[in-house]
Design a protein around this ligand. Structure first.
Ligand code: TK8
Length: 337
């Protein structure tokens, strides 16, 4: 008897060892669709793969992420709605397209809010970043982490934009968000909100003259094929946010939630490193692909900045003065850290 019990105990111990810790945890077989807008060969695609691998590893192969890029599951806005309704489990996309759902998200659209990635990380990963993220819950979304989309720069096919007046009349695609529409109207452009998934075609067919996105995206989405001029404006830092459907999240065990959150954090750390390393190379690549790149003189950059500061008042009013102040304080703190 004794020996038999021992044998069973040994077998159980071996099985646990073999499949890892996941065995002892409350983890079921799960298939999770994780949608994103850019190509597989992009910073977004690479980080989605890291996320998928981490989830698989931490769950002992039980939780599988099916990462689906190129907006094959829909644009950011469509995916957000699918998550809220419970028809899709996860996505990563722009915070800017969430403003219609959670107005506080507009704080991240403040022009020239961050000077560099270090400031962005400190504020987004800090208490105020979490607070804004948590606002999504009452709307049916759970935010896990912020990834870096990056500092946005302007491209167009009409003319080299070297001064404020050059923006006049340029039909510029912007994200579906009032702060972006107002920002570019203020600068004199004709702002046209469109989903990212329609952007390449809109540029190709000349429905719009230009757009603005980080270097990495201009490269990975091949906008250089349909855009001649690039102006280094760095006018705003865009985060991406990794989201889970709240309906789906609430049905997961604590262990399963932890697998997703831990993997999301690992993917974030990878993504920011990768994105920054790529951004350093992307501008040279875009030049090599034939784009005509120009920087703004500091006087012109200053004029643009001054014009855009008019937007701040309306952002503060929309997100609430106290949140506005909290974010300003957090930025100031990150700046002196
Ligand atoms: C990709 C978008 C993109 C964003 C945009 O789905 O819409 O211009 O910068 O990264 O989220």
């Amino acid at each position: 008897m004794k020996i038999r019990q021992l044998t069973i105990a040994a077998a159980v111990a071996l099985a646990t060892l073999g499949t890892g810790l996941a065995q002892a945890q409350d983890i079921k077989n799960r298939l999770i669709r994780f949608g994103y807008g850019l190509n597989e060969v992009s910073n977004q695609g690479r980080a989605a793969k890291v996320f998928a691998d981490e989830v698989e590893k931490a769950s002992g192969g039980k939780m599988k992420i099916r990462a689906i890029g190129a907006a094959a599951l829909g644009s950011d806005v469509q995916m957000q709605q699918a998550l809220i309704g419970g028809a899709q489990e996860m996505m990563v996309g722009s915070t800017a397209t969430l403003v219609g759902i959670t107005k506080e998200m507009a704080i991240w659209d403040t022009p020239f809010l961050f000077n560099n990635g270090k400031e962005a990380d400190a504020v987004l990963d800090g208490p105020v970043g979490q607070k804004v993220m948590d606002k999504l819950q009452e709307k049916g979304l759970v935010g896990l982490v912020y990834w870096e989309n990056g500092f946005r720069n302007l491209t167009n096919n009409k003319r080299a934009v070297t001064k404020l007046e050059d923006m006049e009349g340029i039909k510029l695609r912007v994200m579906q968000n009032n702060v972006f529409i107002d920002s570019f109207k203020t600068l004199g452009a004709n702002a046209v909100p469109l989903p990212f998934s329609e952007l390449f075609t809109a540029l190709e067919t000349k429905t719009v003259d230009g757009q603005e996105n980080p270097y990495n995206t201009i490269l990975s989405s091949k906008f250089y094929e349909v855009q001649k001029y690039l102006t280094v404006t760095n006018h705003v830092y865009s985060p991406w946010i990794v989201l889970v459907s709240k309906k789906y999240w609430d049905g997961l065990s604590k262990d399963e939630q932890k697998v997703l959150l831990d993997a999301a954090k690992k993917s974030r750390d990878f993504e920011r490193k990768d994105t920054r390393a790529e951004a350093d190379k992307a501008l040279a690549d875009l030049r090599a692909k034939g784009m005509q790149v120009n920087e703004l003189s500091s006087a012109e950059a200053g004029r643009m900045r001054d014009k855009l500061s008019a937007i701040n008042t309306s952002i503060a009013a929309n997100v609430g003065e106290s949140l506005w102040k909290e974010v300003q304080d957090a930025v100031a703190q990150a700046r002196t850290a």
